[in-house]
Ligand binder design. Structure first.
Ligand SMILES: Cc1ncc(COP(=O)(O)O)c(C=O)c1O
Length: 375
């Protein structure tokens, strides 16, 4: 019997090692990974620059707290702000997506002294108390705390006309995934996101983009904020940020940075030198290998080629792609795994969710197409 808490359903194969976009199982199978460890393995497996960066940092100094200045932390912060392309002037490094969202929400409450957050139906923001409060359905399924830490107003997805009624003078912030991940690779679109921005400005609320899953290049732009041309006050990001080294970040626009006071945010591991070395290596690889260009190209190729077998359409952005199906996604996922292709499902039972490494090539998509056509 396993020593691990029985909370995760287990796939029927055990990964022993991996390289590029391929997982090798203990029983000798080679599986094409179109799920990337839940959107984490952006550079694929065994990326030489990322591996070297961690080895070098481990040998130099594996940890010092945020109170001790380290060049690698400064470099990672500056590199991430530059990667975001302007508009943000400080980064707070933490450990997980949920923690980044907790801190973003905390900043919004501190800045506005208002009682409420507006979130979007279908959203997933994490499993901690505040992040869980703004996660759609969490209260019924797993939140478990006797009460949520604040009131939440729920905006229906893409319903621009409903925004004004849910975002009011009581709203501290709106939190939204520009492309929902768990919700089914569902893109919110420019009109809805721009309307959220306008309404936040009207009522004096902050706008938070949760780019934990869709950020760090997955949309084909540095952040999905660029894709939709809407600038939030805060961006949270994680997953691809460390390519598997646990880390997350909260990017703040100048007016948010101005509200940060000494010792009002904190963390032990966030911004550790190993995490920062990983972040620096991830951004270096994305930029020097033109991985944003590759994400856009391969995503377009997938859309053009893979409307076969049970696939009736596509949603999402870049390599956070939803394949709309004529059959239940769980069934298709199991059948593809039987053909050595790992994919994901989502809260939408008709959507197969793909979150592959950014180094995926057209030849890999051809393998998916062939497998889908044979289903
Ligand atoms: C959009 C989004 N936000 C937040 C989280 C929570 O991140 P973590 O599991 O690192 O706390 C996730 C995780 O799937 C996510 O997809």
């Amino acid at each position: 019997m396993s020593a691990l808490a029985p909370v995760f359903a287990q796939y029927p194969f055990e990964v022993e090692h991996a390289e590029g976009v391929w997982l090798h199982s203990r029983d000798g199978r080679r599986v094409l990974d179109l799920y990337g460890g839940h959107a984490v393995a952006a550079l694929g497996y065994g990326h030489p620059g990322w591996t070297r960066a961690l080895q070098t940092q481990a040998a130099a100094c594996q940890f010092q707290s945020n109170a001790v200045p380290m060049a690698v932390r400064e470099r990672a912060g500056a590199r991430l702000l530059a990667f975001a392309g302007g508009g943000y002037d400080s980064v707070f490094f933490v450990n997980s997506g949920a923690e980044a969202n907790e801190n973003a929400l905390k900043m919004a409450f501190r800045m506005t002294a208002r009682p409420q957050i507006a979130a979007v139906e279908g959203a997933f923001h994490g499993r901690t108390a505040a992040a869980g409060a703004v996660t759609w359905g969490a209260r019924e399924k797993w939140h478990a705390y006797p009460r949520t830490p604040f009131d939440v107003a729920w905006i229906p997805r893409r319903e621009t006309a409903a925004i004004a009624q849910h975002v009011t003078d009581d709203t501290a912030a709106v939190i939204v995934e520009p492309v929902q991940g768990v919700g089914g690779a569902f893109d919110m679109g420019t009109e809805f996101l721009a309307a959220l921005r306008r309404r936040c400005d009207e009522v004096g609320a902050l706008l938070i983009f949760d780019e934990v899953q869709c950020g760090m290049g997955r949309s084909g732009r540095a952040f999905a904020a660029d894709l939709y041309g809407v600038r939030p006050d805060m961006i949270t990001t994680a997953k691809a940020l460390g390519n598997g080294f646990p880390c997350a970040a909260l990017l703040m626009a100048p007016r948010v940075t101005a509200a940060v006071k000494m010792e009002t945010l904190g963390t032990t591991f966030g911004g550790g030198p190993m995490a920062c070395a990983a972040i620096e290596a991830v951004i270096e690889a994305i930029e020097s290998e033109d991985l944003l260009g590759n994400v856009r190209r391969v995503s377009d190729y997938m859309r053009a080629q893979c409307r076969v077998g049970p696939v009736t359409g596509f949603q999402g952005a870049g390599l956070l792609l939803g394949l709309r199906l004529s059959r239940p996604a769980q069934e298709v996922q199991a059948a593809l795994l039987g053909r050595d292709i790992l994919t994901g499902t989502s809260a939408d039972p008709q959507v197969l969710r793909l979150l592959p490494p950014y180094v995926l090539r057209e030849a890999h998509v051809d393998l998916l197409k062939e497998a889908l056509a044979a289903l």
